[in-house]
Design a protein around this ligand. Structure first.
Ligand code: RP5
Length: 163
């Protein structure tokens, strides 16, 4: 099946964070591709990936990176596809470095930045599904069902002392 979302990350060490994006796309049955593409260690691969992403049939790119996190911005500079950036939590600065590197894009090249860590990765996957759902009624129904399930779980168990 044609992957609609490309999930790329700077290192295999980012996968424990980025798999949260895969988790929600699995649940909502959106086909995706995952790959390590490093802005610093494989710069030529990054440029080739970004330049060919639209022709490969991807509709959205999710890019996760930590530290001096250039990956999402550099990818965005070479493609018109929407890029969602996930700041991976770094050891030295707890992801503030990643966040600021990704969110502070200069005017003219857009990166949609999510929260630091697994919440951001999950929401990047969810947001990708919501964007794709604009043109996919069955996916829209699955997104609505996920949200209803989430709401129902809170309403059905409001006592904070109970698990
Ligand atoms: C970044 O450097 C990666 O995105 C990762 O978050 C960070 C550390 O990478 P490793 O040294 O663990 O490979 O490029």
């Amino acid at each position: 099946m044609q992957a609609l979302v490309a999930v790329v990350m700077g290192s295999k060490s980012d996968w424990p964070t980025m798999e949260a994006a895969a988790e929600i796309m699995d649940k909502l049955q959106v086909p995706y591709h995952v790959e390590v593409v490093s802005a610093h260690r494989t710069p030529d691969k990054l440029m080739e990936f970004a330049a060919s992403a639209a022709d490969r049939g991807f509709k959205i790119i999710i890019g996760g990176a930590g530290g001096a996190a250039h990956l999402p911005g550099m990818i965005a500079s070479k493609t018109r596809l929407p890029v969602l950036g996930v700041p991976v939590q770094s050891k030295a600065l707890s992801g503030m470095d990643s966040l600021l590197s990704i969110v502070q894009m200069p005017k003219g090249i857009a990166v949609g930045t999510l929260a630091i860590g697994t919440a951001g990765a999950f929401n990047a996957g969810l947001l990708a599904c919501q964007i794709l759902a604009n043109n996919d009624a069955e996916l829209a129904t699955r997104v609505d069902a996920f949200r209803e399930e989430q709401t129902r779980a809170v309403l059905d168990n409001p006592d904070p002392r109970e698990v």
